[in-house]
Design a binder for this molecule. Sequence first.
Ligand SMILES: Nc1ncnc2c1ncn2[C@H]1C[C@H](O)[C@@H](COP(=O)(O)OP(=O)(O)OP(=O)(O)O)O1
Ligand SMILES: Nc1nc2c(ncn2[C@@H]2O[C@H](COP(=O)(O)OP(=O)(O)O)[C@@H](O)[C@H]2O)c(=O)[nH]1
Length: 226
Amino acid sequence: MSKLFRAVIMGPPGSGKGTISERIAHSFGLKHISSGDFVRENIAANTEAGVLAKAYMKKRLLVPDHVMTRLLLPRLEEMTKYSWLLDGFPRTLAQADALNSICDLDVVINLNIPLETLKERLRHRWTHPSSGRVYNMYFNPPRIQGLDDITGEPLIQQEDDRPEALVARLRHYKDIAKPVIDLYKAKSILYTFSDTETDRIWPNISTLLSTKIPIVQSDARCASTH
Ligand SMILES: Nc1ncnc2c1ncn2[C@H]1C[C@H](O)[C@@H](COP(=O)(O)OP(=O)(O)OP(=O)(O)O)O1
Ligand SMILES: Nc1nc2c(ncn2[C@@H]2O[C@H](COP(=O)(O)OP(=O)(O)O)[C@@H](O)[C@H]2O)c(=O)[nH]1
């Protein structure tokens, strides 16, 4: 029986975390836990932490660490039987320390994508606001232009996906992510992938995971939560 597998995917906005997570979940049978989706589910369900998170989410700000860890850690503790991939958490060193206190990670995938590529992708990113589903007008367009494939509801372009907003967002990401990346580097579990195309990065990630997850445990196999 293979050991359960614990992975994190990190990268700046638009680096392809969501896109690659879906491929990993599909190919390797890991549970995909997207912190953004989980926050949205809690807001929709009006939970205590969801109510706290809502104001930050509306302003497109990071939710404070104590709220985020209160949301995410119990969810992870429920999943002791599954192999999982965390997308969007940890974002800060405090979150990484909290995660470290409940589990040992096997792999951290770090996406390193050039700024010009991020700008171009996000310029064409359309989002379904209530689910967080994203499309790109060229890479993965919706079936009907401007409408979400699942609900048929209108898609929007997020204000902070505009190229002018991206530089500040990226600086902020780099500042808070650097100590997290340094921590995982020191633990020798950080694997960095640099390219402009997800389709060129994906085979390398797939090869890495094939060596790390030789057998996917049958009872750990489950669909992505996306
Ligand atoms: N680990 C976290 N720490 C703090 N806030 C978080 C965390 N994960 C998600 N959030 C909050 C920030 C956002 O307001 C909201 C949505 O997150 P997410 O879906 O990851 O979108 P995003 O637009 O911030 O990321 P990206 O552009 O990288 O896809 O939830
Ligand atoms: N053109 C192009 N767009 C991509 C590629 N990979 C992902 N995207 C799109 O770029 C945007 C950002 O990807 P996403 O997975 O949301 O990144 P995240 O913000 O890191 O989760 C989305 O609109 C994706 O559809 C790629 O290789 N080329």
